[in-house]
Ligand binder design. Structure first.
Ligand SMILES: [Zn+2]
Length: 320
């Protein structure tokens, strides 16, 4: 589907009437929320509430949106699908934004329990990285779809670790023998692209916390402030080099060289040992030492006041 951006004065009146538009502001950054052809005002308010919460969960560490200006466009669909959000996509044509297709009968609770909106909004933290950087892009969104939702109280913290691990297991099962940076969109590669990518960002986050006294959140915040343009296209190597400059070390490039060339799913044995996480059948066991608990909490615990959090759902559909 093509989206054309026209000055409002050129749009037909019927189109203006059919799109409910409002602007969310965070510091000096703005996110325009467009809800297309939803007639029921109560449902419009529900969709606004849902997307505002997802946008809140994907702010930078300093409380801004990653881009100075972006949009999120919500349309309803009658598609028969298990997911309340059957399809989402990031667009970078002229303006950067997120498209979300929401099942017409999806409830607020179903939408809040779904990861798609937070995943797509997390793509606003990086420029376009091309096919060879798709694993970095999808990995970042897949990492934060769990981390940010846990922090926002949409997901229990241990459940977030279990979902990351379930993703890593799907990635391991999908290893095809190709280099990670050469894997396109062919059948069977998706799980490895998404979840080896998520493993990269987890390992980077742990290395920064362990060796440099900083975090992935802090580096992405600094990068967004100095260098991020949503419509830019960057070679993956240039993106990780820019993150290294923001971090003041070579964590991202060193890990990038190892990951991009790998033909098997990366081992997370060291990362899991550091986190005090071990596999226990299909589930996970969590060590309760002060050091490991503190590290897991530092990644997953809410960074906002507990009074703003609400109950986390026990489970929800999980893709990919
Ligand atoms: Zn994605």
């Amino acid at each position: 589907m093509r989206i054309f951006f026209l000055p409002l004065s050129l749009l037909p009146a019927v189109c203006l009437a059919a799109t409910e538009s409002r602007v969310l502001q965070a510091g000096d950054t703005r996110l325009r929320v467009e809800i297309v052809e939803v007639d029921d005002p109560a449902r419009v308010r529900m969709l606004q509430r849902w997307i505002q919460e997802a946008a809140e969960a994907t702010k930078t560490q300093s409380g801004r949106y990653p881009l100075p200006d972006a949009y999120v466009r919500i349309e309803e669909t009658d598609r028969d699908d298990d997911s309340p959000v059957p399809w989402g996509q990031t667009r970078r044509r002229g303006e950067t934004g997120v498209l979300l297709y929401v099942r017409r009968d999806a409830s607020y609770e179903q939408l809040r329990a779904d990861w798609t909106a937070v995943h797509e909004l997390s793509h606003l933290f990086h420029p376009y990285l091309g096919d060879s950087g798709r694993w970095l892009a999808e990995g970042l969104a897949s990492y934060y779809q769990n981390v940010s939702r846990a922090r926002a109280g949409m997901l229990d913290a241990e459940e977030a670790w279990r979902r990351l691990d379930a993703g890593f297991r799907r990635g391991e099962a999908a290893s095809t023998g190709a280099r990670l940076d050469a894997m396109g969109r062919e059948r069977g590669g998706t799980m490895r692209v998404y979840w080896a990518g998520a493993a990269y960002w987890l390992e980077a986050d742990l290395a920064l916390r362990r060796d440099s006294g900083t975090t992935l959140d802090a580096v992405l915040d600094r990068y967004a402030d100095c260098c991020l343009h949503g419509t830019d296209s960057l070679a993956p190597q240039d993106f990780v080099s820019a993150l290294d400059r923001a971090a003041g070390n070579d964590t991202f490039s060193a890990l990038y060289r190892r990951y991009a060339a790998t033909r098997v799913f990366p081992s997370l044995a060291d990362a899991y040992a550091q986190l005090g996480i071990s596999r226990d059948g299909d589930g996970l066991a969590f060590a309760r030492t002060a050091k490991t608990t503190q590290l897991r909490d530092a990644i997953m615990a809410s960074q906002r006041s507990p009074s703003t959090r609400s109950a986390a759902p026990a489970s929800s559909p999980s893709r990919p």
